[in-house]
Ligand binder design. Structure first.
Ligand code: SF4
Ligand code: SF4
Length: 66
């Protein structure tokens, strides 16, 4: 599983340089790039710290099937 950011819901935490999800992620799996949150999937451990911190409820953990 890996996190999925809903770009329609995400307001980039008011465009702070370190949005809540980026700030909370213990694995540096999230980055703000070109006004979007980018997920580095292999770093994500599905802890949902980012989802709990997101004020816009824009983060979900999705299932990945191989
Ligand atoms: S689920 Fe955890 S490891 Fe994955 S992006 Fe969110 S805070 Fe980072
Ligand atoms: S915490 Fe939520 S609203 Fe803030 S940048 Fe991350 S996904 Fe967007």
């Amino acid at each position: 599983m890996v996190v999925e950011i809903d770009d329609k819901k995400c307001k980039l935490c008011g465009c702070y340089s370190a949005p809540a999800c980026v700030d909370k992620c213990p694995d540096n799996a999230l980055q703000l790039r070109d006004k979007k949150i980018i997920v580095t999937e292999f770093l994500c451990e599905d802890c949902n710290e980012c989802g709990m911190a997101c004020p816009d409820k824009a983060i979900k953990i999705k299932k990945v099937t191989f």
